[in-house]
Design a protein around this ligand. Structure first.
Ligand code: GAR
Length: 208
């Protein structure tokens, strides 16, 4: 089983979905640590309740981004981590850190990339009038919300949706997509070829 650290900043509902999936002994990854850059993140409590090692590395305690990352790297080494999984981790990382984890760090984003990178994705999807919205799991590269796409799930935008309603629908899809996508990565089934993930047969396009 691949050794996974989940990085969070807040609520940790995706983290919880990954923890749940990894309880199955046949799941190809085990969660060896949860790390938050915010000491007050509710996800830390949730992780501890699930019996996991959960640590905070307060980014505000460091003079620079790279000092914070050095501390993070030390904890990842201490836990002998194979894969880093970002789940609502709201800090930009330096290119040097990202490159040192190239092909071994993934993220979930609440939109169908390359549409709506960045924040407030549900509000912008409603404003744009798209009929399909969703979420994307991708490898992390230095550009924000760029990087080879591993898997996506689409949900409909319904008449009268508020951003909160649409966001809740997307979040339910995230909770299914992320465990499935991490399993593929952990099994080596999502290889990066050039700039893309090579699409395996029986592809992971989900429509929950
Ligand atoms: C999720 O919707 C995730 O896709 C998003 O933050 C939320 C975290 O929720 N991530 C980003 O916006 C990354 N830029 P969670 O803490 O309950 O998993």
């Amino acid at each position: 089983r691949k050794r996974v650290a989940i990085l969070i900043s807040g609520r940790g509902s995706n983290m919880a979905a990954l923890i749940e999936a990894a309880k199955d002994p046949s799941y190809p990854a085990e969660i060896v640590a949860v790390i938050s850059n915010r000491p007050g993140a509710p996800g830390l409590t949730r992780a501890r309740e699930a019996g996991l090692v959960a640590e905070a590395i307060d980014h505000k305690a460091f003079a620079s981004r790279s000092d914070f990352e050095a501390a993070l790297e030390a904890r990842l080494e201490a836990h002998v981590v194979d894969l880093v999984v970002l789940a609502g981790f709201m800090r930009l990382m330096t290119a040097a850190f990202v490159e040192s984890w190239a092909g071994r760090m993934i993220n979930i984003h609440p939109a169908l990339l390359p549409a709506f990178p960045g924040l407030a994705t549900h509000e912008r999807a409603l404003e744009a009038g798209v009929r399909l919205h969703g979420c994307t799991v991708h490898y992390v590269t230095p550009g924000m919300d760029e990087g080879p796409i591993i898997a996506q799930a689409a949900v409909p935008v319904l008449a009268g949706d508020t951003a909160a309603e649409l966001g809740a629908r997307v979040l339910r899809a995230e909770h299914k997509l992320y465990p499935a996508a991490l399993a593929r990565v952990a099994r080596g089934e999502a290889p990066i070829v050039g700039e893309r993930v090579e699409i395996a047969s029986g592809d992971l396009l989900m429509n929950p």
